[in-house]
Design a protein around this ligand. Structure first.
Ligand code: HEC
Ligand code: HEC
Ligand code: HEC
Ligand code: HEC
Length: 376
């Protein structure tokens, strides 16, 4: 923050920032933001949660030390108007004059930002690395790179990440049953499932080409499947599995499971109802023979890669967006989910956060929590 705009903006009455449309105060009153007076307010009304040094007293409370004063004032305005819901703060602010609000904001803005980088060392998540680590327990069956060499066991390389995570959830909650997968999937939490999906999808898939049927007979039978799975089994939709190059025996087994109701899915049950075993073998041979396409994601995979995008506004070169370096990781993650899920209205942050999965949010939050506040 440059000194001049800080002073000018601090003179804006809270009511104006809250959208009540008042005119700005005359310049004579521009000497508000009295830091000492603000300290008194902070001690009495804010320190219990935000600390007298502006360091958060709880995991879900933001640090205020060195935070952008314009942002803090506009936040207070939003709490006051209810645009940003927080019952305790709304009540507190209603009992404060605009001047007190300006003073307390000036006080917190004048403090040195909190540096928690040391405490958070090593937490910054690289989702791909985390996925690779978790995948070690899958290697014996699915192959270290997701290309299984076990007959009857599906390959995961190049498969859609959302489908992989969804399948793990289904085994975990019993919607899908398999002796090999049930136990292992129960131990996988949602974030890990997403990381596993990310890792396997980024691996180069190899065609199994091991179907026992006649691929030439299978091709015409697969005609009605292409609308969802793609002509050659290269599905474009994240929740519809790619079939190209998949293990022949697994394809036959799972198609029978759908047909005979052991694997529950209405659409697939309808598609395969009445199809004879021999024809399932032909269809499997056709898909197993196809060359699978890599499904590398273009989305960032680590907190740091996300931060390269976020730093456009939150980095050292911009003073307008709030300082998020060294904020508590729990607070950051919740704030991002609030934007993404529409609980905290702000158009630019909503757009930024809408493609973020929970795992992405954990990674980028961990990254910012682990870096020292950069001078702005
Ligand atoms: C009862 C605990 C509590 C007290 C007391 C409290 N706050 Fe907060 N404050 C919070 C929490 C929790 C949040 C985060 C709320 C949210 O997610 O919007 C917050 C958010 C804020 C924010 C938004 C910061 C950001 O990074 O978005 C500002 C500014 C703020 N408080 C200022 C104050 C001031 C000034 C006082 C004293 C007048 C005060 N608060 C008193 C708990 C408290
Ligand atoms: C003991 C061997 C074994 C281990 C270990 C194992 N799997 Fe499996 N997995 C299987 C078998 C067999 C199937 C097919 C089950 C079926 O027919 O539903 C399967 C199915 C899957 C599927 C569904 C694939 C599809 O195309 O629908 C996913 C996803 C999966 N496993 C992920 C994993 C992950 C991730 C791990 C490690 C955390 C893992 N598996 C560990 C044997 C194993
Ligand atoms: C309307 C869209 C649609 C059509 C048409 C369709 N499928 Fe599917 N298919 C899906 C979806 C969605 C799934 C994932 C279901 C689940 O989660 O169990 C799936 C799953 C599968 C699987 C399981 C793959 C795996 O990795 O476990 C196979 C095999 C399959 N379909 C084959 C076929 C065949 C063969 C046809 C044509 C006879 C067909 N599908 C037609 C949507 C479709
Ligand atoms: C186009 C500029 C812009 C980009 C890019 C951007 N932000 Fe923001 N961000 C803002 C603004 C402006 C606010 C304040 C919004 C408000 O008043 O609620 C904000 C608020 C936040 C907050 C809440 C801070 C607090 O103290 O409550 C977090 C957390 C955040 N951004 C994280 C991110 C992350 C992570 C990314 C990248 C995925 C990102 N932002 C990208 C402009 C941006």
């Amino acid at each position: 923050m440059k000194a001049l705009p800080k002073l000018i903006l601090l003179t804006l009455p809270l009511a104006l920032l809250a959208g009540c449309g008042q005119k700005s105060q005359p310049a004579a009153e521009a000497q508000s933001g009295k830091i000492d007076a603000g300290r008194v307010v902070a001690q009495a009304k804010c320190a219990a949660c935000h600390g007298i040094d502006g360091a958060s007293m709880g995991p879900d409370v933001p640090h205020l030390a060195g935070q952008n004063p314009v942002y803090m004032l506009s936040s207070l305005g939003e709490y006051k108007s209810g645009a940003r819901p927080h019952a305790a703060l709304q009540q507190l602010i209603n009992q404060m004059s605009d001047e007190e609000a300006q003073n307390v904001v000036a006080y917190y803005a004048s403090l040195k930002p909190i540096n928690t980088a040391k405490a958070n060392e090593g937490v910054a998540g690289d989702r791909l690395a985390a996925g690779k680590e978790a995948a070690a327990q899958c290697a014996a069956c699915h192959g270290a790179d997701g290309n299984s060499k076990v007959n009857g066991t599906p390959s995961l390389a190049g498969q859609h990440p959302a489908y992989i995570a969804g399948a793990l959830a289904a085994y975990g909650n019993g919607a899908r049953k398999d002796a090999s997968m049930d136990k292992i999937a129960k131990g996988v939490v949602d974030t890990t499932a997403q990381n596993l999906g990310l890792f396997f999808t980024s691996q180069s898939p190899v065609s199994r080409n091991n179907g026992k049927g006649d691929a030439a007979k299978g091709e015409p039978l697969s005609g009605k499947c292409g609308g969802c799975h793609g002509q050659q089994g290269h599905s474009a939709d994240g929740t519809t599995p790619a079939l190209a190059g998949q293990d022949g025996a697994y394809l036959v087994k799972t198609m029978k499971d759908y047909r005979d109701g052991r694997r529950k899915h209405d659409e697939m049950h309808t598609q395969l109802a009445g199809v004879k075993d021999a024809n399932l073998e032909h269809i499997a041979a056709f898909y197993s023979k196809q060359t699978p396409t890599p499904n590398a994601s273009t989305k960032p995979t680590s907190g740091q890669q996300w931060a390269d995008r976020c730093d456009k506004c939150h980095g050292p070169q911009t003073a307008t967006a709030p300082l998020i370096d060294s904020q508590p990781v729990v607070y950051l993650a919740r704030a991002l989910k609030d934007y993404r899920d529409g609980k905290r209205a702000q158009s630019s942050m909503h757009i930024m956060s809408s493609p973020l999965t929970d795992a992405d949010i954990d990674a980028v939050s961990a990254y910012y929590a682990s870096i020292a506040p950069r001078a702005r």
